[in-house]
Design a protein around this ligand. Structure first.
Ligand SMILES: C[S@@+](CC[C@H](N)C(=O)[O-])C[C@H]1O[C@@H](n2cnc3c(N)ncnc32)[C@H](O)[C@@H]1O
Length: 322
């Protein structure tokens, strides 16, 4: 390890390596080696979040997006971006918006990525997830779908997403399973208010017949999120989440609850915005490295370190974006 550090392959990013967080115990949603959290910059990006639009049929109070207007690239441009993703060697793509289900070419985009063997996940609010849509996503080859929850009861979820949103999200979980999407899970965004419901998570997962939950820690940024009544969690609260998850991992090992110990932004992962600009971090819109309309994904990825390491806010350990 020390030799790799001396050679510059690994870096002691702040306290990352000596972090109090139990990185060795973390269960991730795909078997990437622990080393991804210590890599300074992988030659090939492993993981991509692709915001294929910012247009959305919901106005969540927590939202980190900076606008809700973009319909994203044209279908032809989206296919060119998919080709760039494949060409760059990315093996895992998460599609999201805005609300990605508002795009009628979503299945065609998924099919292109899947035909090249890329693993594809979709994150959605579930409003548009009819049984027919769910079946057509499964037919296109979608591997994994996550329905977002801003709370585990209507009290918190509907407070953020509007009356009736909780029931719609629950229905989406049912339709996704009926439609044959292989992996169905949730994203739970936790903030200073809804964290009081965290203890309900295992019973919620059993009740809804799901095994996988990704925890997103609320960042107080974006057009709505920066004005939200909720705050991000303090580091002590985050550490107690880890402790609780570890307990559940031993008492209820069927459940895969993922809370990453650090971010991989710009080091092994990248974000493609609806405007086709590349950025290291989903929550920091101002820091971009250029557009896929002007340069290849591989060449932009090669220069991402210049943005990442020239700014004291990057890389963020357990995320400095609060
Ligand atoms: C921007 S949303 C877009 C996808 C889709 N419209 C949805 O609701 O799932 C992507 C994910 O980020 C989460 N999210 C939104 N704002 C956030 C914030 N400020 N901090 C952390 N996570 C956030 C959402 O709950 C959702 O799981």
């Amino acid at each position: 390890m020390q030799r790799l550090m001396n050679l510059g392959f690994l870096t002691s990013v702040r306290d990352l390596i000596d972090s109090r967080l139990p990185t060795e115990k973390v269960i991730k949603e795909f078997p990437a080696p622990e080393i991804q959290f210590m890599l300074k910059h992988s030659k090939v990006p492993w993981y991509c979040l692709w915001e294929i639009c910012t247009k959305c049929d919901s106005r969540c109070k927590i939202c980190y997006l900076s606008d809700f207007d973009s319909v994203g690239p044209t279908s032809n441009a989206a296919q060119r971006i998919a080709a760039q993703i494949i060409e760059a060697g990315i093996f895992y793509v998460t599609l999201l918006g805005g609300e990605a289900l508002l795009r009628h070419d979503l299945e065609a985009i998924i099919a292109t990525l899947r035909n090249a063997g890329v693993f594809v996940k979709l994150i959605t609010n579930g409003f548009q997830l009819s049984l027919a849509r769910s079946k057509s996503l499964a037919t296109a080859g979608l591997n994994h779908i996550e329905v977002s929850f801003d709370g585990l009861t209507p009290q918190f979820h509907d407070n953020s997403r509007g009356s009736g949103a909780f029931i719609e999200a629950e229905k989406a979980l049912i339709q996704a399973k009926r439609g044959g999407i292989p992996r169905v899970g949730i994203v739970l965004t936790l903030d200073s208010k809804n964290a009081s419901e965290f203890h309900l998570l295992p019973s919620f997962m059993h009740e809804h017949g799901i095994r996988e939950c990704y925890i997103s820690l609320f960042k107080k940024v974006g057009m709505s999120g920066s004005n939200a009544q909720m705050d991000s969690l303090a580091s002590e609260a985050i550490i107690s989440l880890y402790r609780q998850i570890q307990i559940w991992h031993s008492t209820d090992p069927e459940l895969l609850i993922t809370l990453l110990p650090a971010c991989t932004c710009g080091r092994t992962s990248v974000v493609i915005g609806a405007d086709q600009r590349l950025r290291p971090c989903p929550f920091v819109h101002a820091k971009t490295v250029g557009s896929l309309e002007e340069a290849s994904l591989s060449s932009l990825w090669a220069s991402i370190g210049d943005v990442l390491y020239s700014d004291e806010n990057f890389p963020c350990q357990s995320c400095l974006v609060r």
